[in-house]
Design a protein around this ligand. Structure first.
Ligand code: HEM
Ligand SMILES: *[C@@H]1O[C@H](CO)[C@@H](O)[C@H](O)[C@H]1NC(C)=O
Ligand SMILES: *[C@@H]1O[C@H](CO)[C@@H](O)[C@H](O)[C@H]1NC(C)=O
Ligand SMILES: *[C@@H]1O[C@H](CO)[C@@H](O)[C@H](O)[C@H]1NC(C)=O
Ligand SMILES: *[C@@H]1O[C@H](CO)[C@@H](O)[C@H](O)[C@H]1NC(C)=O
Length: 414
């Protein structure tokens, strides 16, 4: 069947585009480039751009640029082999001065820093040598650059899997050169990776989590947020009026099945993400997600458990199925906005989803107006023709007795 084929096609395209991450590419280095850096890439968070030159296995130049109005910018290397993290980082931090220059210093970041002790500039590090520290600040961006000489032994710094972290903050004491604590949004705690400087690829847990979070968002917006409302619109408007389509039931069911499969996959990933995150738990988001899954599963059971069209209970069952369907759409959109808020300050998600909702709203309002105008038109015609007769003249546009448009029973005969 054509519909089955297209359903399979949709599932295949969506899942394949999600399973294989968009391969990270070198990007063009921005013109703000005091050290003639040739390798650049966008980092996964904070809109950061990272650039580097390799002089030898132990000597590299680095450049970090962030386009945000910030007070301090930081970048550092972390000895392996454990995963990249804040504690243990040999960092260089640039702090904006009142005269609009950037003062750059070295900082040894320890567990005391994380506990809230003051972070002050340190002398040379025990292992890593840092030279040529420079910083630039402009209204739109801030950048720091330096040359690093990594110790040959012990071989904890390996440029084919170098642990590095980056961070920004909005508060600092510019006299004492003391950066104050950064925010702890997802962006800030995900700003670590292990980079292979030869290939430019990032490899780390934070990376996988970041990618899965994107997959989770896309699957849920497409599954719960797009396919389910699309299926509802088809069931409501394409049954008999205003645009009758014989295949409506099959298309409705197909939309709901595809939406349910994609949404459930996204939901499962979400549960895993919630389980794996050390920093956060988002209980409202989680509880709503579990309710959505449970009640959508109940709706899907309609496929098997729906009473037949002739059954006495059928009318009540339809009311229940429709009510739960609309309520679910509302809860789903609330939870999608909730999820998007967790990702702030990234606005792309918000605009994409508002676009999806706006499109559905336009289509639904258009079809609703069309339905009612057709209904009222037919009614006034009917009243002229059958004046004085009792009968169908008071019924809804679908011609079923006494119902509003769109609430008449699903055909039970399929
Ligand atoms: C200025 C003083 C700083 C304080 C008080 C501070 C505090 C913290 C705290 C409490 C966390 C844990 C957040 C959570 O678990 O929810 C954290 C995470 C993090 N910080 Fe900082 N931080 C400071 C400076 C820096 C600097 C300069 C950098 C970068 C060089 C940095 C990079 C990170 C990163 C990458 C994480 C997430 C990964 C991890 O937890 O190890 N922080 N910070
Ligand atoms: C960068 O390149 C320009 C022109 O090629 C040169 O004048 C400048 O000295 C170079 N800067 C560094 C830090 O190598
Ligand atoms: C800016 O101020 C810092 C200290 O606050 C000083 O060291 C530096 O020389 C000043 N730079 C300029 C260009 O005035
Ligand atoms: C930096 O901190 C580490 C502990 O994390 C310590 O072993 C090391 O000696 C410190 N280095 C400097 C230069 O302060
Ligand atoms: C780093 O990338 C290079 C070039 O693509 C590759 O030959 C090397 O095996 C990679 N190293 C690691 C540790 O992934």
């Amino acid at each position: 069947m054509a519909t089955t084929k297209s359903v399979i096609l949709i599932i295949l395209t969506v899942s394949s585009s999600l399973l294989f991450p968009i391969s990270e590419q070198f990007s063009n280095c921005s013109p703000i480039n005091p050290m003639n850096i040739t390798n650049c890439k966008k980092l996964i968070t904070l809109g950061a751009e990272f650039g580097w030159n390799i002089h030898s296995n132990t000597e590299i130049d680095i450049l970090l640029t962030i386009r945000m109005p910030i007070k301090w910018i930081a970048w550092g290397v972390n000895p392996g082999p454990q995963r990249p993290q804040m504690v243990g980082t040999r960092a260089i931090i640039g702090i904006q001065q009142p005269n609009a220059t950037l003062a750059v210093r070295k900082y040894n970041i320890t567990s005391d820093t994380k506990l809230g002790c003051r972070l002050q500039p340190s002398q040379d590090f025990d292992d890593v040598v840092v030279k040529n520290m420079r910083g630039e600040v402009n209204p739109g961006y801030m950048s720091i650059s330096a040359t690093l000489i990594l110790p040959r032994a012990p071989a904890v710094y390996d440029i084919s899997k170098l642990n590095h972290v980056w961070q920004v903050g909005f508060e600092a004491d510019d006299v004492l050169m003391e950066p104050k604590m950064h925010s702890t949004f997802l962006q800030n705690v995900d700003s670590t990776e292990s980079i292979n400087m030869t290939s430019g690829h990032g490899l780390s847990v934070g990376h996988r989590r970041h990618h899965l979070r994107t997959v989770h968002g896309i699957l849920n917006i497409v599954g719960w947020g797009t396919m389910l409302p699309l299926g509802v619109i088809i069931a409501r408007y394409f049954r008999k009026c205003p645009i009758p389509c014989e295949k409506w039931y099959m298309v409705h069911v197909s939309c709901q099945i595809v939406g349910y499969i994609l949404g459930t996959a996204g939901w499962a990933i979400g549960l895993w993400l919630g389980h794996a995150s050390r920093h956060y738990s988002f209980s409202t988001h989680r509880i709503l997600a579990i309710c959505i899954f449970a009640f959508t599963t109940l709706q899907m059971l309609a496929l098997r458990l729906r009473p037949s069209a002739t059954d006495d209970y059928r009318k009540y069952w339809d009311m229940y199925h429709h009510f739960l369907g609309y309520a679910l759409l509302a809860v789903i959109s609330v939870n999608i906005f909730h999820g998007i808020a967790i990702l702030k300050p990234n606005k792309t998600w918000l605009w994409v989803y508002i676009g999806v909702l706006g499109m559905f709203a336009l289509v639904a309002i258009g079809l609703e107006i069309f339905t009612w105008s057709k209904f009222l038109h037919a009614k006034s015609k009917g009243e002229q023709q059958y004046a004085g007769q009792t009968g169908q003249s008071g019924s809804g546009p679908q011609g079923s007795s006494g119902t509003e448009p769109g609430t008449d029973p699903l055909p039970g005969s399929q």
